[in-house]
Design a protein around this ligand. Structure first.
Ligand SMILES: C[S@@+](CC[C@H](N)C(=O)[O-])C[C@H]1O[C@@H](n2cnc3c(N)ncnc32)[C@H](O)[C@@H]1O
Length: 364
């Protein structure tokens, strides 16, 4: 998608719960995975299960520069330094730390970061356009900051539900959600190219209202990293961080870090040149940016690049697709999809999960 929107970092933290990909892909030491980069969080999270290799691809080169930087940080720093460098804990010397990471970056990444040292100074975790939009929305809600504080301090689901239903979920919240679910805003003001692909009859407001309500009634906001971004704009001390940022996973990810190969390019082109290479695909949520025909062409190329019995996990946000209707090789696991939908702590995605069977006679 040739669009100026993709010339800057859009995603920098994580707006997904990779536990779902880990459950769906059941990664083993032989797996060669194709993963979309985005913030880089998912590619790093998947290292927890020690695959053989991950190819992390994005057509937005700046997302890949961010992943290069995160990779370098894992190589050079210890966990405490990493958490400070990224921006979770405070630090005054991020620019000095950056000079230690530079030898591990490509020339293009160095050129990019040298023009964006302010992001490094502030901590890159919250530099994405999406993270900045969430902070701006929180500023607009600042007149409700006492209720927000109560929500993020609630220590049981019961207490949180009570605050949500009696204090938060009122006409102001509904109007606010109506405004931010408005297509005109996303298409013409924010210029998010994916907004044009949301079917006209899809009620964004009703969908978001139902699922954010589900989140608030089932997951503790103070611990949930996605809810932390929504209601605090950054991770609180009480937050259970994305897998790759947790202290207990640090050494494992550090040891596995070179298993990630970063590729800048389109899924369509890359897959067409890698026949039978991948045993797993973590491809959320490219349907947001692919018109109908492109979406199916990408899936056709996923099948081409897939080894027999490859596993896949595609997250879908506001653009829902059924690729199995076009390609008989795609065998979806609807039971697991439903389970992931209910358990995923970001709550806003549905799943397309299963196995690719190219030759049915080889079925176990
Ligand atoms: C919707 S975002 C998902 C971000 C993710 N939720 C996260 O937390 O990082 C998808 C990412 O895929 C990239 N992308 C979308 N379609 C693509 C394609 N056809 N080829 C390569 N990259 C693509 C976008 O640039 C974006 O960084």
């Amino acid at each position: 998608m040739g669009n100026s929107f993709f010339k800057e970092i859009i995603y920098s933290s994580s707006n997904e719960d990779s536990e779902s990909e880990l459950k769906a892909l059941r990664i083993n030491a032989n797996d060669v995975i194709l993963c979309i980069t985005g913030s880089g969080a998912r590619s790093l999270d998947l290292l927890v299960d020690s695959p053989k290799k991950i190819v992390s691809i994005d057509f937005n080169e700046t997302q890949n520069f961010l992943l290069e930087l995160k990779k370098a940080a894992f190589k050079v720093l210890n966990h405490e330094e990493l958490i400070k460098f990224l921006g979770i804990d405070s630090s005054k010397d991020r620019l000095q730390v950056y000079t230690r990471l530079q030898p591990h970056l490509s020339e293009n990444a160095i050129a990019f970061w040298s023009k964006n040292l302010n992001y490094i100074h502030q901590g890159v975790l919250y530099c994405g356009k999406w993270e900045r939009i969430l902070k701006a929305l929180l500023r607009l809600s600042s007149f409700r900051k006492r209720t927000i504080k109560k929500l993020i301090n609630a220590s049981t689901i019961e207490e949180q539900k009570n605050i949500w239903n009696n204090k938060w979920d009122n006409i102001i919240w509904k109007m606010f959600l109506k405004v931010i679910s408005n297509r005109f805003l996303w298409i013409n003001i924010i210029r998010e190219p994916g907004a044009k692909l949301i079917p006209k009859n899809f009620d964004v407001y009703a969908y978001m209202k139902r699922l954010i309500e589900y989140l608030a009634n089932n997951f503790l906001i103070k611990e949930n990293h996605y809810a932390n971004l929504l209601f605090n704009g950054s991770y609180l001390n009480s937050c259970i961080l994305p897998h790759h940022l947790r202290k207990e996973n640090f050494e494992l990810i550090k040891n596995n870090i070179d298993k990630i190969e970063i590729v800048t390019g389109s899924l369509l082109d890359y897959l067409s040149a890698h026949k039978n290479e991948f045993s797993a695909f973590s491809v959320s949520d490219f349907s947001s940016y692919a018109p109908e025909e492109l979406y199916h062409s990408i899936w056709k190329n996923i099948l081409y690049a897939s080894a027999e019995h490859a596993k896949f996990c595609e997250r879908m946000f506001l653009v829902k697709k059924n690729p199995e209707k076009r390609f008989k090789e795609i065998k979806r696991n609807s039971e697991l999809e439903e389970k992931l939908f209910l358990e995923d702590e970001t709550a806003i995605y549905t799943f397309c999960v299963g196995t690719i069977i190219k030759n049915p006679t080889l079925c176990p």
